[in-house]
Design a protein around this ligand. Sequence first.
Ligand SMILES: *[C@@H]1O[C@H](CO)[C@@H](O)[C@H](O)[C@H]1NC(C)=O
Ligand SMILES: *[C@@H]1O[C@H](CO)[C@@H](O)[C@H](O)[C@H]1NC(C)=O
Ligand SMILES: *[C@@H]1O[C@H](CO)[C@@H](O)[C@H](O)[C@H]1NC(C)=O
Ligand SMILES: *[C@@H]1O[C@H](CO)[C@@H](O)[C@H](O)[C@H]1NC(C)=O
Length: 482
Amino acid sequence: MSMRDRNYHTTMDPKKTDGKHLENMSKAMNKAREYIILLMTYFLYKLIRFVVLTFQKFTWAVTGVERTRKDAKSGLMFKQSAHVQHIFWRRKLITSTVSDPTDFITTHKYFKHPNYVLKPTVSLYCITKEEAVFVELNEKVNLYRLDSNNNVELFYAKQFENAHSLITMPLACFHKIAQDLGKPKIPIICISSTGHCGATLLCRVLGQLPGMIVVNEPDAFTSLAFLNKSNVFGKGEYEQLLPSAMRLLCKPDDRAGIFLVKTRPCCTCQMEDIYRYFPQMYQIFVYRNSLKTVSSSLNIFAKEPITMVGKYFIDNKILSTIFPCFRWTLYRYFCQVLARENDSTEAKAFSSVGIFTLAWAANVSRCLDHVDSRVPLIPVLYEDMMKSPRKTCAVLFDILELRPEYIATAMEGFRITTNNTVQSSGTAMSDSRKSIPHEFRTEADAILKRYGLPKLGERFEIPGVLDFETNKFNRMTRDRIF
Ligand SMILES: *[C@@H]1O[C@H](CO)[C@@H](O)[C@H](O)[C@H]1NC(C)=O
Ligand SMILES: *[C@@H]1O[C@H](CO)[C@@H](O)[C@H](O)[C@H]1NC(C)=O
Ligand SMILES: *[C@@H]1O[C@H](CO)[C@@H](O)[C@H](O)[C@H]1NC(C)=O
Ligand SMILES: *[C@@H]1O[C@H](CO)[C@@H](O)[C@H](O)[C@H]1NC(C)=O
């Protein structure tokens, strides 16, 4: 990721743009070709998936597979309710989209007892309206630890890339298994964040500890947040699914001494529910200066060609009027889950800066709601966290009740980053508000004002935000929390 960021910034360097014009053009052509191939494979994938599914309807009916699935669903065949399927093709158009069973084309393998999903190589992938979806990976894939360069990889991406089998089971069986598991027996630290704010860095720092199992962005919670938002669940169903998902994600594991679960940004809405079901869990909320976050969010457009085209459509007044779907898609993806009901009508007029500002405001204001509801969360401001890694670790270790002898180990996590992602995107981005055109800035300030937040780029402290300078304050926080 950092490599790509760097490439992007080098091309933005004014000194180099002139000389590299031709080279850039040929690069762009190559990209365009790459993209067309990508798009065509994707459509081919969709087509084949459709054909296979149609064909499967017949074969599964004839061979009795469908019958077993139906019985499992109606609760008749609990012992055969885990449907293990072989994955023979996988495809996603944009890698960061929320996990979904349609990412795969599968064929029937066999039915198993639902306890099958307790195997260490099986992990929860996502949840749909009717089923819990698991994937099975090769033993060699290191799903729960940092990679050899100490990078924190995405849980959902590792699952998607490495899965060889897909396991589905009806939600009733899923709950049964979760209930039998009981509450997680070892401590869990849960990190929610706005995204683009150093939460991954924090994962890397804590992930240095021996026995720390890192689950960085599991899509079980993300899919639940999206499903709940679109109101597909009956009353009380969502409330049951959340704890079941947590129990299965943090299922007993010989290697685990403590779990670190970092959710995707939209899961901020779940902090209160998580507190209700797992009051003993530590919940951290990481955020960052609004201007820095928005600038960093804008960088995502530079990553994949399809998004670059998208940004052009979004920020061009005429094009965005003719094709409102681009703005709508961006809004839907980044704001919808957390934004207020009436925001969507206005979002049609927002530029990309406006939409990302709204996303930040919605995230932070959701966290403020939790603080108001007395959820004992631990707010961490990225800028404060970066001032002194040593103090940060000391304070965090104290609050999370981790053994202080590992502080030096944890600080390794900071050291690596100093040369890596966060720093590079931090220096490449201009710090001043001027980096954002005046008209977009005004728009952003108006949005923030509506949420009762200070102007773009001004410091905002969530009540109870960790103060890494004075220890007195932290003691207080801790007493208040536990
Ligand atoms: C805020 O929340 C949304 C989910 O509604 C998320 O997708 C987005 O990335 C979050 N953060 C930022 C900085 O936009
Ligand atoms: C889930 O959906 C219900 C009904 O729309 C809503 O009241 C509740 O706040 C939602 N929960 C979360 C965590 O978004
Ligand atoms: C949107 O809703 C909030 C409260 O939910 C309200 O304060 C605000 O005025 C509304 N905005 C519009 C444009 O309706
Ligand atoms: C970080 O960069 C400095 C100099 O820029 C270098 O001396 C150091 O070895 C680098 N650290 C890592 C972990 O690459």
